[in-house]
Design a protein around this ligand. Structure first.
Ligand code: GLU
Length: 317
């Protein structure tokens, strides 16, 4: 991915230079080098639960901010110099390494930085811990990280394992296909189609419940891109913001169809860290009110997903 971006950036710079000297630049999309190695651990026939969905709670209902101060929250974490935050470093638009600066960037990263700044007084007092989707619950509950900001959907099942902040992004699951594939929506998927998705995510269940396609799972949704590029699968399915980031990386791909699930994102904390969740919910309230959330959304997602306003918080107490 980094190599593609550097090639694109170089091609664009050369084109712009040529335009300055000799008329209109050729801004055709660059060629994309498709890696030849397939990811390990592909399951072409995953077992997917058919148990009734767990709707025993309101998944977006978190804890009202109350009066937990930053000093209280830091004390809860043992007054350490830095807090550890679980993120993705390979999800374009959400959490990825900028190939030019080497820094982490994206919507989730900026949300996390705002929380770190409010908690620690300084955005640099953080240890970023890259992880896959399947590592998130274990990472907070083992104490490996203090919180996870990584495209994580709030579900009743997950509330059994972690605490969540209030909702900070409202996504939905969609499809990413090769242009001209003939697949324009979920309704076009037949039993012959293979659809790749991340194993430990909400996505396999949604696609299995709502289409006839054969789900194919890999450890992390990012592993799906090469499978689609090589024609091993016919589509990728995961959340809209993640697919938008993949589509940017390969101009031969497009996101199609309406969203067919609700994916409210929350910041996850260890089970029992309720006061930390309350503090962070106060920070998110401030970010909604002072325009910080809006400017982060507008910077990363507006151009790809359209205008949005922050999700309203819901509190269970
Ligand atoms: N938001 C979904 C989930 O938390 C899919 C994306 C991901 O795996 O991070 O399961």
């Amino acid at each position: 991915m980094i190599r593609h971006k550097i090639r694109w950036a170089t091609a664009l710079a050369v084109c712009l230079l040529m335009a300055a000297c000799s008329g209109p630049a050729n801004l055709d999309p660059p060629e994309v080098d498709v890696p030849t190695a397939l990811p390990e651990d592909i399951d072409f026939d995953p077992e997917i639960s058919t148990a009734p969905p767990d709707d025993s709670c309101d998944p977006v209902a978190s804890y009202s901010p109350g009066s937990v101060t930053a000093a209280d929250a830091r004390a809860l974490l043992g007054d350490r110099d830095r807090i550890a935050v679980g993120i993705s470093q390979s999800t374009n638009l959400m959490g990825y390494r900028d190939p030019v600066t080497g820094d982490l960037a994206g919507f989730d990263i900026d949300i996390a930085k705002a929380v770190v700044t409010a908690l620690m007084g300084d955005a640099t007092k953080v240890q970023w811990v890259p992880m896959t989707s399947g590592e998130r619950e274990e990472a907070v509950n083992s104490g490996r990280v203090d919180m996870v900001v990584r495209t994580m959907t709030m579900t009743c099942g997950r509330w059994g394992d972690v605490e969540f902040s209030s909702e900070y992004y409202h996504g939905g699951q969609r499809l990413l296909v090769t242009k001209g594939s003939g697949i324009a929506s979920l309704a076009d998927l037949t039993a012959e189609h293979r659809v790749c998705t991340g194993r430990s995510s909400t996505s396999p269940r949604n696609i299995a419940d709502q289409s006839r396609a054969q789900p194919v799972t890999v450890p992390d949704f990012n592993d799906c891109l090469v499978l689609l590029q090589q024609g091993v699968v016919d589509a990728i399915t995961t959340d809209d913001c993640i697919l938008a980031g993949m589509a940017i990386q390969d101009p031969r791909l497009e996101v199609v169809g309406d969203a067919f699930s609700e994916e409210p994102y929350g910041i996850a904390f260890a089970k029992g860290d309720v006061d930390l969740a309350r503090f962070v919910n106060g920070v998110l309230e401030d970010m909604r009110a002072d325009g910080t959330w809006q400017s982060i959304y507008d910077q990363w997602l507006d151009a790809h997903l359209g205008t949005a306003t922050p999700p309203s918080p819901v509190y269970q107490d």
